[in-house]
Design a protein around this ligand. Structure first.
Ligand code: GDD
Ligand code: MG
Length: 351
């Protein structure tokens, strides 16, 4: 009774213009190795969990990309959302769907856009976590030791030892401001939420009933449709009415049965151009070039990602992102990359 849910419906806007609404970052072959981040996530899980038990939840507009990238995945294991409602409704649907198949399922819920370097250690942690949630009604998250006050993550304050490397959680704070993030990191008591969760299907459904009944009541009332031919029509009629909220704000911050497995498997969120920069091979001046030929003079520590086999010639540029894809060219200091989300919104308004 081991299952996996890969969430692949986000937009990855901080990677614009490479990441576009039509093909967000989880579908991109970031390192030029012939596998997208989604495919790499799938490859990691298929070693631990039977293929038929792996589900991808995504927006309906990505159905063709998913089928193209994961032809071996049974079609019934692709759950298609008619609207974007963030991760809580996505996780709820997957839980109700899987409960209809196996009411005692233990489920790993994972993002589709992370980098994990130590795969064996990752597999060991997932196995440990699955064993733990089979025994206890716990909402388990995998925690990562923080090395900077990143504001884009959830922060977990650890409590007492529970079992092995698993600890109780005192507080869970999703995306704190910089001041709090700094305090959390300095205190040494906090871990980052990796966004990988493990729980028994009954435990997570109970949490939805308690904290997000607007979602669970709707699903509970039509419990009989899940895993039947009537399911998609029900979702198409009801999904958009679910509140738009992440699992972190909706449940993890509020629940008291949260546990954390403190893990170290070479995790990176790959949330931004700088993260890609950090994980890519560089030339002697610290430049990363992707998808293009370059002639660089007095130019250091940039990430230059230009599609379409162009020659990029640069003089005197330091610590910048130069990214061109389709009809957009972005030039932005790496230090200002958090503004890219805003640029995307503004570009939509203006053009
Ligand atoms: N199916 C579906 N539908 N998937 C979605 C949706 C949606 O509406 N929205 C986001 N996702 C997917 C994304 O593609 C990604 O794989 C995953 O869910 C997490 O969403 P993000 O939008 O990337 O979340 P985040 O990075 O801001 O924050 C989460 O991850 C951090 C670590 O990377 C939180 O869990 C944080 O607490 C955590 O630290
Ligand atoms: Mg993310």
């Amino acid at each position: 009774n081991r299952y996996c849910v890969i969430m692949g419906g986000g937009v990855g806007s901080r990677f614009w213009p490479f990441s576009r609404n039509s093909r967000p970052k989880q579908f991109l072959d970031f390192f030029g190795i012939g596998r997208s981040l989604l495919q790499m996530s799938y490859d990691r899980f298929v070693k631990i969990i039977p293929k038929d038990h792996i589900f991808i939840v995504t927006n309906e507009i990505y159905v063709d990309v998913i089928k193209e990238q994961l032809p071996e995945l049974p079609e019934a294991n692709i759950l298609l959302e008619p609207a974007r409602r963030n991760t809580a409704p996505c996780i709820a649907w997957a839980a109700y769907h899987i409960r209809a198949i196996n009411p005692n399922a233990n489920i790993v819920v994972a993002p589709s856009d992370h980098l994990i370097l130590k795969e064996e250690e990752f597999a060991r942690c997932i196995n440990l976590g699955l064993e733990f949630v089979a025994k206890y009604p716990a909402l388990l998250t995998l925690g990562i030791k923080p090395n900077r006050p990143e504001t884009g993550y959830g922060y977990i304050q650890i409590g007492e030892d529970a079992e092995g490397d698993i600890k109780t959680v005192k507080t869970f704070t999703e995306k704190p401001n910089l001041e709090f993030a700094k305090m959390f990191v300095e205190s040494g008591e906090f871990f980052w939420n990796s966004g990988i969760f493990i729980w028994n299907v009954q435990t997570i459904i109970k949490a939805f009933q308690r904290f997000l009944p607007d979602i669970s009541n709707r699903f509970e009332e039509h419990n009989e449709v899940f895993n039947t031919p009537a399911e998609q029509a029900f979702i198409n009629d009801n999904f958009a009415a679910c509140p738009n909220i992440s699992i972190d704000f909706g449940i993890m911050e509020k629940a008291s049965n949260v546990f954390v497995l403190c893990a170290d498997f070479g995790w990176s969120d790959l949330g931004s151009w700088s993260a890609l920069y950090d994980h890519s091979p560089k030339n002697k001046d610290g430049n990363v070039a992707q998808g293009c030929k370059t002639l660089l003079y007095n130019t250091a520590n940039n990430v230059i990602a230009v599609k379409g086999d162009k020659l990029v010639v640069v003089e005197g540029l330091k610590d910048y992102i130069v990214a061109e894809a389709d009809n957009v060219l972005l030039i932005c200091p790496k230090s200002e990359e958090q503004k890219i989300k805003q640029f995307v919104t503004d570009a939509k308004m203006a053009y």
